[in-house]
Ligand binder design. Structure first.
Ligand SMILES: [Zn+2]
Length: 162
């Protein structure tokens, strides 16, 4: 993953950082899994944006893996710049940054960790290693702050509380 421009979303301050749980709707969860399966055996990647400071993933934005690789992903830099401008305009931030691992477990690689520069984000890893498109898969979420990886509980809901 290419380093992304450091985003003003940190204006939310430390209170906006992950609190050990990702709450996500079933619909978004399914979209992330579907995208991961569709791009297998290449890694899939994308973002789920949400209103700044809420920690609530709302807008599913599948991205192209510019590397088109089974072992690596990289957002296209022009796509990424466009996305960040769009999120700024909408007062959104990347609540989830997701990608798939297609031959290994759903845990951030050293590269993933070194490029993780969104301390407020939930880094979702989906593994399609055992699935070949249909079988079991892993869906895990991590906070990555200054190189420290903390796994989070994932709570799937039908809808967010109002
Ligand atoms: Zn990875």
């Amino acid at each position: 993953m290419r380093a992304v421009p450091y985003h003003s979303s940190v204006r939310g301050g430390p209170s906006a950082y992950p609190v050990g749980m990702l709450t996500i709707t079933r619909a978004l969860y399914d979209q992330i899994v579907e995208h991961s399966r569709a791009d297998h055996p290449d890694e899939a990647c994308g973002v789920v944006a949400g209103p700044v400071g809420t920690g609530r993933p709302e807008r599913f934005i599948p991205m192209l893996n510019a590397a088109r690789s089974p072992t690596f992903y990289e957002f296209d830099s022009a796509d990424l710049l466009k996305l960040y401008r769009e999120m700024d305009d909408r007062d959104e931030e990347p609540v989830i940054v997701y990608h798939s691992h297609t031959a290994t477990e759903a845990y951030p690689s050293r590269t993933d960790i070194s490029y993780a520069n969104e301390p407020q984000a939930h880094y979702v890893l989906v593994s399609t290693a055992d699935s070949d498109g249909a079988g079991p898969f892993q869906f895990r979420s991590f906070g990555i702050v200054e190189g420290v990886v903390t796994e989070e509980d994932v709570k799937v809901v039908e809808a967010y509380d109002a």
